[in-house]
Design a protein around this ligand. Structure first.
Ligand code: MF3
Ligand code: CO
Ligand code: CO
Length: 256
């Protein structure tokens, strides 16, 4: 409890820049996320853009030994998918998760893409998961508790007969990629720390169409659903302000 860093105005200015850059990577990569592209190609495009255009660093690369610059999680992959030589095909859904390190500060965001026409189930899962993120964000203001956010997200997912992954969560973020607190996407109202202006953290719900159980693949990174059901995730980096919140990784296409 209470080891959550409160950012200074100087920190916040740098976090705004890092957040904007991360959002811009997702905007840039969108047109390439099409049938026949490999996730490795998406990784190279993002890597080169972050390094050569943004003059920034892709934070995942070599983070605890992660071998690539972005995470790409396809269909029943929940998170931390490693980009590889497999081509995306019609009907696939894929999460692209980008973390940019600029001038010592991190911006972390992810979105879902559909290849061609998704199934009705895939589309509903993707939409409900985004609603989970947005309703969590909309609650954010000083004085509410982290448990309030988790409870609301869990309630929305379960009301739609989906399940929330428990093993992975959102996180504080700043000069450190993953810092306190753990931001759970489930829980009980009124529990956990109270939010204060100047906190910055991610919300990044992982929602499964089937059971909530996950397993780690032998590559030691890729997390998949145990029952092979589809999984979706959306992520933003959010600042708590005196009056509410500011989504540091918001894209122009979004009305949050
Ligand atoms: N971007 C992920 C998150 O949202 C973390 C990826 S860590 C990596 O927290 F090593 F897998 F890249
Ligand atoms: Co994150
Ligand atoms: Co992320």
């Amino acid at each position: 409890m209470s080891n959550i860093i409160i950012k200074t105005p100087q920190d916040i200015e740098k976090m705004r820049i890092a957040g904007r850059l991360a959002a811009e990577v997702l905007d840039m990569i969108g047109p390439y996320v099409k049938e026949g592209v490999t996730t490795e190609e998406l990784d190279h495009l993002c890597h080169d853009y972050i390094v050569n255009v943004q003059k920034a660093v892709p934070a995942p690369l070599n983070y605890n030994g992660f071998p690539k610059s972005i995470c790409t999680s396809v269909n029943h992959q929940v998170c931390h998918g490693i980009p590889g030589p497999k081509k995306l095909k019609d009907g696939d859904i894929v999460n692209v998760d980008v973390t940019v390190l600029k001038d010592g500060y991190h911006g972390d965001t992810s979105k879902m893409f559909c290849i061609g026409k998704p199934s009705i189930l895939a589309e509903r899962l993707i939409n409900v998961t985004q609603e989970c993120l947005y309703l969590g964000i909309r609650m954010i203001k000083p004085g509410i508790h982290f448990g309030d956010i988790g409870a609301a997200i869990q309630e929305h997912a379960e009301k739609n007969r989906f399940s929330i992954v428990r093993e992975y969560c959102g996180h504080g973020i700043g000069q450190v990629f993953h810092e306190p607190p753990n931001v759970l996407h489930y829980g009980k109202k009124g529990t956990g720390d109270a939010l204060k202006a100047g906190m910055i953290f991610t919300i990044e719900p992982m929602v499964n169409a089937g059971k909530r159980d996950v397993k780690l693949l032998p590559d030691q990174w890729t997390v998949v659903t145990k029952d092979h059901s589809l999984s979706a995730q959306w992520e933003h980096t959010i600042l708590v302000t005196e009056t509410g919140h500011d989504v540091l990784t918001k894209r122009d296409e979004e009305a949050i």
